[in-house]
Design a protein around this ligand. Structure first.
Ligand code: DGL
Length: 269
């Protein structure tokens, strides 16, 4: 009989974006222990060359798996998932990985105008994975890929300080809004887990109302459906939910933020 898995879920992101996924996971899977990992020493992932980032992530996951032996791993980051999820599954076949990929399929199903935009990091926009999703699920739509250099950083600042430069948010999202043959973009896919934190500002500064699709809840539901078929141990009593930041140098505001999410800051590795 296969050994039972630890009752823990490791949620990973380059920064604080994965907290939007963790929040949903906690609601629908409250019995598990959560280990939140932010590779903030390498933030933003969106700016990395693919080969170097893949190498970094492969090593990092080796360390994380060895140290924490999680029952499941949720990559709460589109930039990381679209690059590395298939590779990580191959290298670490005993692990269960749940990825986050741009919600192109639901967007294609929901759009009325046929004009859909995908707002993501420059990394996610470049990926073959993203292009394949469009080819597979949205070939009948006009999909505009918008690579934003600064939006993830603006979300980090907002979560830390409560301040956001609305004009900058507006400028980053502006290319998402397309008018063509009397039709307008009606769906924008938030294909970076940092962006849901800015959705109110995105809504406020948009030139017309659109449906902003956020994948956090869908990822959490996917994790739950996988978890239903896995055999977990009882959650260890007294083991808290923790957060690790690879820089080991998180500013005080981030420390406060993670406490607010019910996590205890712990040193990496
Ligand atoms: N949160 C990440 C994502 O979902 C991106 C942030 C970054 O560039 O590191 O794509």
């Amino acid at each position: 009989m296969a050994e039972k898995r630890n009752a823990s879920i490791l949620v990973f992101d380059s920064g604080i974006g994965g907290l939007s996924v963790l929040k949903e996971m906690r609601i629908i899977l409250p019995s598990m222990r959560y280990i939140y990992v932010a590779d903030d020493a390498a933030f933003p992932y969106g700016a990395w060359e693919e080969e170097e980032l893949l190498l970094r992530m492969t090593k990092l996951f080796g360390t994380l798996i060895e140290q924490h032996d999680p029952g499941m791993i949720v990559i709460g980051c589109n930039t990381a998932s679209t690059l590395a999820i298939n590779h990580l599954r191959e290298i670490y076949p005993d692990q269960i990985f749940v990825g986050t990929v741009p919600a192109i399929k639901p967007a294609a199903e929901r759009t009325h105008s046929g004009l859909v935009s995908v707002l993501a990091t420059p990394g996610t926009v470049k990926r073959q994975y993203t292009r394949d999703l469009i080819k597979q699920y949205a070939s009948k739509c006009h999909v505009r890929l918008v690579g934003s250099e600064h939006l993830a950083g603006l979300a980090e600042t907002y979560m830390r300080t409560g301040y956001v430069d609305e004009a900058a948010v507006k400028a980053e999202a502006a290319p998402c809004f397309v008018e063509q043959d009397g039709k307008r973009t009606d769906i924008v896919v938030l294909a970076c887990t940092h962006y849901p934190f800015l959705v109110n500002r995105l809504r406020k500064t948009a030139p017309w109302p659109v449906d902003w699709i956020d994948t956090s809840e869908a990822i959490a539901r996917r994790a739950v459906s996988l978890a239903e078929n896995l055999d977990f141990k009882e959650r260890e009593t007294g083991a808290p939910d923790i957060a690790l930041f690879t820089s080991n140098n998180t500013p005080q505001e981030i420390q406060r933020l993670i406490v607010g999410f019910g996590l205890i800051g712990t040193r990496y590795p």
